[in-house]
Ligand binder design. Structure first.
Ligand SMILES: *[C@@H]1O[C@H](CO)[C@@H](O)[C@H](O)[C@H]1NC(C)=O
Ligand SMILES: *[C@@H]1O[C@H](CO)[C@@H](O)[C@H](O)[C@H]1NC(C)=O
Ligand SMILES: *[C@@H]1O[C@H](CO)[C@@H](O)[C@H](O)[C@H]1NC(C)=O
Ligand SMILES: *[C@@H]1O[C@H](CO)[C@@H](O)[C@H](O)[C@H]1NC(C)=O
Ligand SMILES: *[C@@H]1O[C@H](CO)[C@@H](O)[C@H](O)[C@H]1NC(C)=O
Length: 537
């Protein structure tokens, strides 16, 4: 019997965007599920109005202007201090499997003396928070988790000589107007749409320890003051295995770590996330990507730049593009799979079905409708799937299908795309595999280039190879879902060294498939209304 905590996965996974509110008495900012009615309202019928943007606070233009003036200021000085920065314990991100909701995590060191936190990465929200002065926090003991070999830490403001409470009068204190005394510590609450999931506490400022790994700085390290939540009370999913030791928001908001690092002049206002086939990855603050990368502009939603949205012009298989397949999509590093608006979905799957040379099959329990038989002996040719953007850039999806394994090896595959049910899609992690994704907030652009997620600070080995146009995928050797290369299944995870990004144990095919299956099932069956179920096998 194994307990699988698949229920929480996509909850934090950035299936949410940060929406400013500030109305009621107990509120600063709220994470709204991207498929919620609220978001739907924001999204509808804005086509054609993209140019009409008010430079409101937090608006797209506002950020554009802010970034430009920051840029000017930096140019007048020396330019950013570092080319690239990453957490002092390394740039690798790690998948910790089902136990941790399949999110990407990394270790960050905070404070003086420094304390390590294993934070989840979420491009769908802004705030960094860690468990702190715990009234209600997730278990922090290693014994509670199968993939940890040391206890998780709690942040203690009085234990760090560089810790400061942010006062209510601070410009980053959104709840400041509700404080009785402007000098008192600034309270915060972030509500996630997933049932009752939230974090709250007070905002603090302390030192985040970073490394640069290049010679621009004498000792290759940086101490950056960042503002984060001292999360004394978490609820919902945060108590049940997702982000037990905190979460780092990578969104466009002023309070996010990438924003703070850029504002302080440490790095350019950009960062990259790289997703490797084995589910590990890298993060680099300041990375604007290689010269040869492809790019597309971020689009405002209702004039607001609150999350990373891009406009797909058309969906193509090989060189032939399907008519009327333009849509907007959230680029969500945290979402495991990809969702297309319903009409686009229909056109794409039908075309795929026409192009693929395989027999349709149905595999019970999988969320995808377009599945086909295959075997380890006969490898099907998967039509190359490409998203085309304006200005002639294209994104070739390296691995649009999900392989299904039986005890004897590959038995089939599915096009791993689902209908979103709303007018906006989500480009999930499965589509980003094999790419270095650049979130260039300075130029309001998304960039991408093929990558093995090597250490960019090693000998300046920048991967310059542009996406290669027409290599059809062959299966299954290079697929991310092969039993050998996939993320570790909780049942066989064992203890991984806490600092090591690569889980060493390998999932047995059947177990692995089962895990992934459950995971997806939940993603689908719950239709993004999160129930805090724990599934028992
Ligand atoms: C963190 O503290 C440990 C000692 O507790 C020290 O060895 C390490 O160098 C520190 N790391 C940073 C980035 O300051
Ligand atoms: C280098 O290290 C010294 C002390 O070890 C520190 O004061 C200084 O700020 C560091 N330089 C950078 C650029 O981080
Ligand atoms: C389709 O697959 C069969 C074997 O499964 C193969 O004999 C045939 O040549 C393939 N057709 C195309 C057009 O690739
Ligand atoms: C787009 O790219 C194709 C091939 O790379 C080229 O033939 C075409 O002229 C380009 N179109 C524009 C508008 O740049
Ligand atoms: C998986 O690993 C086994 C043994 O570790 C090896 O024999 C097999 O070739 C590998 N399969 C793939 C697809 O890499």
């Amino acid at each position: 019997m194994e307990i699988w905590k698949v229920g929480f996965v996509a909850m934090v996974l950035g299936l949410s965007i940060l929406v400013e509110c500030g109305v009621s008495d107990m509120y600063s900012s709220k994470l709204v599920h991207r498929f919620s009615d609220e978001v739907r309202k924001v999204r509808v019928s804005r086509n054609g109005e993209v140019g009409v943007v008010w430079p409101q606070h937090r608006s797209f233009e506002y950020y554009g202007k802010l970034m430009n003036s920051d840029l000017q200021r930096q140019k007048m000085k020396l330019g950013p201090q570092f080319q690239l920065l990453f957490p002092s314990q390394g740039s690798k991100t790690m998948p910790l499997g089902n136990d941790f909701g399949w999110l990407h995590y990394m270790w960050v060191d905070i404070g003086t003396p420094n304390v390590s936190f294993l934070v989840a990465l979420d491009a769908g929200s802004d705030l960094l928070w860690v468990p702190c002065e715990c009234v209600q926090c997730a278990p922090l003991s290693a014994s509670y988790y199968s993939s940890l070999d040391k206890d998780l830490n709690e942040y203690n403001p009085s234990g760090s000589s560089t810790s400061k409470f942010l006062s209510c009068s601070h410009q980053l204190c959104e709840l400041g107007s509700n404080c009785k005394n402007p000098k008192q510590p600034c309270p915060y609450t972030v509500n996630y749409v997933s049932e009752d999931t939230s974090t709250s506490g007070v905002l603090v400022e302390d030192i985040l320890h970073l490394a640069s790994g290049n010679r621009m700085a004498a000792n290759g390290s940086a101490r950056a003051p960042v503002t984060f939540g001292c999360g004394s009370k978490q609820t919902g999913g945060y108590l049940n295995g997702v982000a037990p030791d905190g979460l780092m928001g990578l969104g466009p908001g002023e309070i996010s770590v990438p924003s703070r690092l850029a504002k302080a002049g440490l790095v350019r206002n950009s960062f990259s996330l790289c997703f490797k086939e084995d589910d590990s990855g890298r993060i680099f603050f300041g990375d604007q990507g290689p010269a040869g990368q492809q790019t597309t502009s971020f689009l405002p939603s209702e004039g607001q730049f609150v999350t990373y949205v891009v406009g797909v012009e058309s969906c193509c298989f090989g060189s032939s593009c399907i008519e009327q397949t333009s849509f907007k999509a959230i680029v969500d590093s945290g979402s495991s799979f990809t969702f297309l608006p319903d009409q686009i979905y229909d056109r794409v799957v039908k075309e795929f079905d026409r192009k693929v040379n395989a027999t349709k099959a149905s595999f019970e329990g999988y969320p995808w409708q377009y599945c086909y038989k295959s075997s380890s002996e006969v490898l099907p040719k998967i039509p190359s799937f490409t998203l085309k953007f304006t200005a002639n850039s294209s994104f070739i999806v390296q691995d649009p299908v999900f392989m299904i394994y039986g005890s004897q090896g590959a038995v089939g595959f599915c096009l791993a795309v689902e209908p979103s049910g709303i007018e906006i899609g989500t480009i999930g992690q499965n589509f980003m595999t094999g790419y270095r994704m650049v979130f260039d907030r300075e130029n309001l652009k998304l960039g991408w280039s093929r990558s093995d997620c090597e250490d960019l600070t090693d000998n300046n080995k920048l991967p310059l190879a542009p996406a290669d146009g027409n290599s059809p995928n062959s299966l299954p050797a290079e697929q991310q879902n092969t039993p050998n290369s996939s993320g570790v299944a909780p049942a066989v995870a064992g203890k991984t060294p806490s600092n090591s990004a690569a889980p060493t144990s390998r999932g047995m095919p059947s177990k692995l498939c089962l895990t992934k299956l459950l995971f997806q099932l939940l993603l689908v069956s719950s239709n993004f209304r999160w129930s805090l179920n724990t599934f028992t096998l």
